[in-house]
Design a protein around this ligand. Structure first.
Ligand code: GAP
Length: 440
């Protein structure tokens, strides 16, 4: 279903809490603004999103390798990258109601959109979180929580290139936490102050930048569709020159139609040779690549697809949300099987006649094959199916009377609701095959 209703957001927030996808951080203390905790189903969903990204970007490609850099980096990194001077948002306060806004999000920067009061002058507000390294809290001990994972890749460019013996075009990928002291966090997990990024820096000969920019825009758009997002809910928006970040020659956003409107899901930027050159100048250590073929050094250009794991998980959840109006407004999360937190629920039809024992064996076998599964023998079978539909579980295996006679079970498909019988000994194979397939 298309995600256009403002009510849909609150419905999803309450589903997330009720079913254990996402909770408010420190809820018992009244919550901490913009911080969220992933519960048992949410952590599986987000892990699956990150694994799907890593598979597509690293495991299945010969030209991309991964790293895991530290969150705290030398403070000079952020001077060289331009984040100390340029990574700020324009901030205004309402003199009357004291609400705070991003000036670039307002149509009228004279008047408070909430109470009509006068607004302060625009102030630049740096988004980096500061902390101190070691016991002394002075300027020389100040370090920053990284606001993007990308810089850990740039400063390691030559280490990785030489250790992996890769030649441009090649990429370095990383998944990890980033922090931004956002002025106006909100819309659930969409804009938070602590979030996870999935970034890849693709280093290319400068003359090939246009080709790879177009390549990554299309490749990344297709990735969301492959994992279930409806194409009509995605669009690519090229940035106008005044929107470009200080490092970018070109940038396009993959936008998703969230319940609160079209918003950025991922950015694909042409960062040119800005970062490698700036770090070379600032550190005095050249990050230029030596090209054996031409026998010269050069700075590759960088094409960067930068995604957010939290935003992607929210988009997949929203797009998967469906209500069966012909069946009691039943909620179905039509998540792609690869992203679904639980792959299989094993359900004995009744709690007697040896069915629980048989079901328990099947459940054990699925776990032994690392298939995330859930065992449930409580309540009527219809209610148990409904609970699994709401959690996004693509398959239910039911042990019934016939199982006791011929050792077959039913597999129920969440989306078609079709049920068919397979031999109990074939379940792992049948489920594995289904999980590896694409959504119809
Ligand atoms: N290295 C480039 C970079 O960081 P960005 O567009 O600022 O570019 C990339 O961030 C992605 O990170 C965004 O498309 C979004 O998915 C995610 N992201 C950025 N800020 C976020 C925030 N405050 N909360 C959640 N996700 C965020």
């Amino acid at each position: 279903m298309a995600a256009t209703s403002p009510d849909l957001m609150s419905t999803i927030v309450s589903l997330c809490k009720r079913r254990g996808f996402i909770f408010q951080s420190s809820e018992i203390y009244g919550g901490l603004n913009s911080c969220w905790d992933y519960g048992p189903l949410g952590v599986e969903l987000k892990r699956n999103v990150k694994e799907a990204w890593w598979r597509a970007m690293v495991t299945n490609r010969r030209d991309i390798v991964g790293i895991d850099a530290s969150i705290l980096m030398h403070p000079k990194v952020w001077e060289a990258s331009g984040h100390r001077a340029g990574f700020s948002d324009p901030l205004v306060d309402c003199k009357q109601c004291k609400m705070r806004f991003r000036a670039d999000h307002l149509d009228n920067i004279e008047k408070c959109p909430s109470c009509g009061g006068a607004l302060t002058e625009i102030r630049k507000f740096n988004l980096m979180f500061k902390t101190f390294m070691g016991p002394v809290e002075d300027d020389s001990a100040t370090v920053f929580m990284r606001p993007e994972t990308a810089q850990g890749i740039f400063v390691n460019f030559l280490n990785v290139q030489q250790a992996s013996r890769l030649k441009p075009p090649f990429g370095i990928a990383q998944i990890g936490k980033s922090f931004r002291n956002e002025i106006t966090p909100g819309n659930f997990t969409y804009r938070t102050r602590e979030f996870e990024q999935m970034e890849m820096e693709f280093f290319v000969p400068p003359a090939d930048d246009r080709y790879w920019y177009d390549f990554w825009k299309e490749t990344r758009r297709s990735w969301y569709i492959e994992y279930g997002i409806r194409p009509e809910n995605l669009r690519l928006r090229e940035h106008a020159p005044q929107e470009l970040a200080h490092y970018a020659k070109g940038c396009a956003d993959i936008e998703y139609l969230f319940p609160f409107g079209w918003s950025e899901l991922e950015g694909i930027a042409n960062r040119t040779d800005f970062d490698l050159k700036r770090h070379s100048e600032a550190s005095g250590k050249s990050l230029a690549y030596f090209d054996n073929d031409s026998n010269r050094h050069y700075f590759p250009f960088v094409i960067e697809p930068a995604a957010g794991a939290d935003r992607a998980a929210l988009a997949f959840l929203t797009d998967a949300y469906d209500v069966d109006k012909e069946d009691n407004q039943r909620v179905i999360l039509r998540l792609h099987p690869a992203l679904a937190p639980i792959k299989v629920a094993v359900l004995p039809l009744v709690k007697k006649d040896g069915m629980p024992e048989k079901a328990e064996n099947i459940y054990r076998d699925l776990l032994d094959h690392s298939i995330t599964s859930f065992y449930d023998q409580t309540s009527a079978i219809g209610r148990r199916y409904a609970r699994q539909d709401e959690a996004g579980t693509p398959f239910c295996v039911t042990v019934d009377t016939q199982t006791l006679q011929d050792d077959t079970v039913t597999i129920r498909d969440r989306d078609s609701r079709e049920q068919y019988r397979v031999a109990a000994t074939q379940i792992v194979g049948a489920i594995t095959e289904k999980l590896s397939g694409k959504r119809q």
